[in-house]
Design a protein around this ligand. Structure first.
Ligand code: GLN
Length: 182
């Protein structure tokens, strides 16, 4: 089964690990630069606070090695703050995001999005809005016709928290190329 590394510096990483394990993955936690030497097939960047996560990545010497591996094609799934890391910090994902874009009233909310013609439950927590898509970025999930999850080659990113809803499609899209290899 694939081994998935989950960035475990800050934020909602435990729930991702549990979900990945329930889908048959082995998980490892990335907490320090030495952890990057362990073999893994994919990377999950969890929700939390992107500015804190980016600072810790830099301070721990993990930022550039991770950026390089994503740029070289490592399958990556970023959720919420993870989307912001990919778009604004690593800059491997060509989308424009606006942090905390849903305002105070809508700080956290549940909604029903669309994946092709099917409904998808979505949980947003101080979520970024995806404002523009660069080239080779494909919307995967939309809410009121606006993209809330996208794919760009090896990277999948969503503004919501898939680890909090009972729907595995975003994980399955991330894992599909990995499972084929095993
Ligand atoms: N507001 C957070 C940020 O800007 C993201 C929130 C989340 O990951 N749930 O990084």
């Amino acid at each position: 089964s694939p081994t998935i590394a989950v960035l475990a510096l800050q934020g909602a990483f435990i729930e991702h690990e549990q979900r990945l394990q329930s889908l048959g993955c082995t998980t490892i936690e990335l907490r320090q630069a030495a952890d990057l030497a362990r073999p893994f097939d994919g990377l999950v960047l969890p929700g939390g606070e992107s500015t804190v996560q980016a600072k810790l990545l830099h301070d721990l010497g993990m930022f550039e090695p991770l950026r390089q591996r994503i740029a070289e094609g490592l399958p990556a799934l970023g959720t919420c703050a993870g989307l912001i890391l990919l778009a604004d910090h690593f800059r491997t994902l060509p989308v424009t995001v606006r942090r905390n874009a849903y305002g105070r009233q809508l700080g956290s909310f549940h909604a029903e999005g669309r994946w092709e013609d099917e409904a998808v439950p979505l949980t947003f927590i101080r979520a970024p809005r995806i404002e523009a898509l660069g080239s080779d970025v494909e919307p995967l999930v939309t809410l009121n016709d606006a993209p809330v999850a996208v794919r760009h080659h090896n990277q999948i990113a969503g503004a919501f928290h898939p680890e909090l809803d009972d729907d595995n499609r975003l994980y399955e899209a991330f894992l599909a190329p990995l499972k084929r290899a095993y």
